[in-house]
Design a protein. Structure first.
Lengths: 151, 151
DNA sequence: GTAATTCCTAAACCTAACTTTAGCTCAAGA
DNA sequence: TCTTGAGCTAAAGTTAGGTTTAGGAATTAC
């Protein structure tokens, strides 16, 4: 195993815990760019372990792969990213995460109101954050009730 | 429009903001059970407006349709649910939501640690809640780094 | 030198949550 | 009545994020 030649995809998979197929898929999505050895096999830098770890963390935060690609674009591509580089783009994640938490807290407060009155009658209730899930899934307007609690 | 005959699927769609196709789909998933008029068309109770609203709220909270079906099973099926009935099952949502918020807060704290040291080196970092997304998406082990920050 | 791994690509398949399409029937209004 | 809008079913399509399969080629291990 010639160390100076970079990591094989299998080695990278073992280091990150990702499936080989997932790593190839991420490549098609522009998240990682290996070079090829003379035999046509993918070779990765050791820094790519960190890169894929970042991808996994960002996914946990609810970012889509295109969004993660955007964030990763903030890294320098002419050199191996430094700790400072990673710190910079991680702070972008932090903002994203704060938004998600706020949205959920708002949702919880609304539910509290509904439980409080026991009627679940809205429009005081949730669905008043069209930002979070509404855009990701489904397609219609999806507003709530619009109906007096007489039924 | 004979009021005593219940709501048509189009009327229900207008009242809830859902697409007609989505309402039919929810029926296949056991979330709602209309009866049929003599011509074979679906007819809904007015209480179904509330039922679908609940479905939409629960989705915002991150519940899957099978999970929502479980929660709805807590409603009486021999009579129209009362405010007290809705309150009871809404409290189940509250617990679910609290869990999700906690998971995100833990994740945020972990990220803080990573940003603090600037290395994103882990395993101090995230991915230490295998409960949230890990089970839902992907299939491999997906642990992080396992690598000293030397690269 | 050969057998066993590992890797390659392309294409098909998977789940969730729906939407779209095709072809046909029902219901409502002038 | 007859036309138009609403509903019906079944099947196929869609998106995200991958996995699986098939049929070869490259590497590694002995």
């Amino acid at each position: 195993m010639p160390a100076s030649e970079g990591l094989s995809i299998g080695a990278l998979a073992r280091r990150t815990g990702l499936a080989v197929s997932a790593i190839r898929y991420y490549e098609t999505q522009g998240l990682i760019s290996p070079w090829r050895n003379p035999g046509g096999q993918r070779r990765y830098q050791r820094a790519d372990i960190r890169r894929l770890s970042f991808v996994m963390i960002a996914q946990q935060f609810g970012l889509t792969l295109p969004e993660i690609r955007e964030v990763l674009a903030g890294l320098p591509d002419n050199r191996t990213p430094t700790p400072a580089d990673w710190k910079k783009i991680s702070q972008g994640l932090r903002a994203h995460l704060d938004q998600r938490i706020d949205a959920l807290l708002r949702l919880r407060d609304n539910l509290d109101g509904c439980i409080g009155c026991g009627c679940l009658s809205l429009p005081k209730c949730a669905l008043y954050n069209p930002d979070d899930r509404a855009k990701t899934y489904g397609s219609g307007p999806r507003y709530l009730m619009g109906d007096a609690p007489e039924d």
